[in-house]
Design a protein. Structure first.
Length: 169
């Protein structure tokens, strides 16, 4: 009985070491998504579409593929980009953008953006909505986005407005 008591702490330490090693290995396969300065353009109440802008950054060590986006105010949210077609500019779906480690996707007016479609009631300026991004690995990153007619100024409040989430692959 004495030998069992003497080996039990060693056995627990060994198990703890294995557990920490497994956590460490799992930690190397983490994807990190940072969403910053996200905002949504306010539109007249009769409009059914609007756009969202901000910066999405992969701060992890593995590529992240964004498979979709959603918001409670819209039937669909897609990644779009503005493409010049002769004298006009049209918006086309981007599909599923993939961000390499350290890469940023800048969502800007006249460039890549989130297209919120099928809006039954356009949110008013100076309100906030939630927008969620989904990754191919099944992770979700949700953030609050102010609704504004024009891009918010880079005040202290906006510079602090970002969400950083990690997802397991």
């Amino acid at each position: 009985m004495t030998s069992h008591l003497n080996t039990s702490p060693c056995r627990h330490l060994h198990r703890l070491g294995l557990t920490l090693a497994l956590i460490s290995i799992a930690g190397t396969a983490r994807a990190e998504l940072l969403v910053s300065d996200l905002w949504v353009r306010s539109m007249p109440p009769n409009q059914t579409m609007t756009a969202g802008y901000g910066v999405i950054t992969n701060t992890g060590s593995e590529a992240i593929t964004l498979s979709g986006a959603s918001s409670a105010i819209a039937a669909r949210v897609e990644f779009h980009e503005s493409v010049r077609d002769g004298d006009s500019v049209r918006m086309v779906p981007m599909g599923t953008p993939t961000l390499a480690p350290g890469e940023k996707l800048e969502l800007i007016p006249g460039g890549a953006h989130l297209m919120l479609m099928g809006i039954e009631q356009m949110p008013a300026a100076d309100t906030t909505i939630e927008v969620c991004l989904t990754t191919e690995a099944g992770g979700n990153t949700c953030t609050s986005a102010p609704v504004s007619r024009n891009a918010p100024t880079q005040s202290h409040e906006m510079s602090e407005h970002h969400h950083h989430h990690s997802m397991q692959h």
